[in-house]
Design a protein. Sequence first.
Length: 428
Amino acid sequence: MRRDYIDTGYSPKDTDLICEFHIEPSAGVNFEEAATHMAGESSIDSWTEISTLSPELAARLKPHVFYVNEDAQTVRVAYSEELFELGSVPQVLSAVAGNILSMKVVDNLRLQDIAFPGSMLHEFKGPKFGLPGIRELTGVQDRPLIGTIVKPKVGLTSEKHAEVAYKSFAGGCDLVKDDENLTDQKFNGFEKRAELTLKLAEKAESETGERKMYLCNITAPTCKEMIRRMNILKDLGASYAMIDIVPAGWTALQTLREEADDAGLALHAHRCMHSAYTRNPRHGISMLVVAKLCRLIGLDQLHIGTVVGKMHGEKHEVLSLRDECVLDNVPADENQHILAQNWGRLKPMFPVASGGLAPTMIPDLYTIFGKDVIMQFGGGIHAHPMGTAAGATACRQALEATLEGVSLQEYAKSHRELEVAIDKWLKK
Ligand SMILES: O=C(O)[C@H](O)COP(=O)(O)O
Ligand SMILES: [Mg+2]
């Protein structure tokens, strides 16, 4: 193990990949020693000095720990781009979030952020549609999009699923998506569900004069099967496919992004399971990194949290995810462990707020997110006392009130669905 990786005088090159880590050394290990081991293991080195690592090779490829703040338990490491297969998310993660998370020299270690150099951005397509493309696809430019998740999560037949989707569209939803654990079960097979639901989306389009999008979940056991399902959607005239990004995995996402070009489909990213490695603030990989990888690969829209809903996620964290989705240039924020990122030509992603939302939360959601957000309501639509269509209508009414600057209570005086929603979700 070489000992010269701490190099606070080093200025990172434009071509370096930079990572910020939170490090908690284990007992008896000092901070710089832990950082040195971590930097070496994530790049060229081993636990002991290796004779096959020549000084010349080390000089060329060694990691530079150029920022060390022991009080804040933070280091930043610059890695030469030569260490990476530039277009491979799995390879980058095997390096900077691989073995190092298991090392005994640390009690906890967290990859907080990765700043990707231009040379790496170059190898990725980014979103095909992205936020502007989705606005065009849906024909909705000036307001948040309203979506729902067919509930119950699983158990409905394909016919019943399509009917619930239709009522949601008819009531006012722009988008209807499958839930994360609905794929191709016996009671509701993929192909039949896609066919029936897309047909009723079309019917709702002609009845309402609005574009209606169905986001069918193509998550499957193999990439081959996911591509097959994607092609079924294409043949049925769908605009979207949905994927459970963490269970499916990074290789699957990169594969699907390639295929999405041919299929002409937008990709909706459900982040279920991310908390397995993002939730512990002292260990693992941050959700910020997950979001950046999604934008790099080219998912068009991503669940980022709600602040006010049922899922874990502080406001500052959710807003930093929103910024990473939508901004072309993300400024550094030392306190939030965010590195500066210029996204170059890569389009912005549409942020999705989903999980435990009710129509009565729309004013707060609008204050938090502004207009560039997809607000999704599962229980908040299908638990409406007057039914699914009324639940969707209540969401649209709450949004209209918010956009007009009228209080929900005032608007509800002439909008029955909203009045009932307020009665259910605000008065109890
Ligand atoms: O997939 C999702 O985002 C959730 O199913 C949302 O459902 P909920 O609004 O009922 O929490
Ligand atoms: Mg869900």
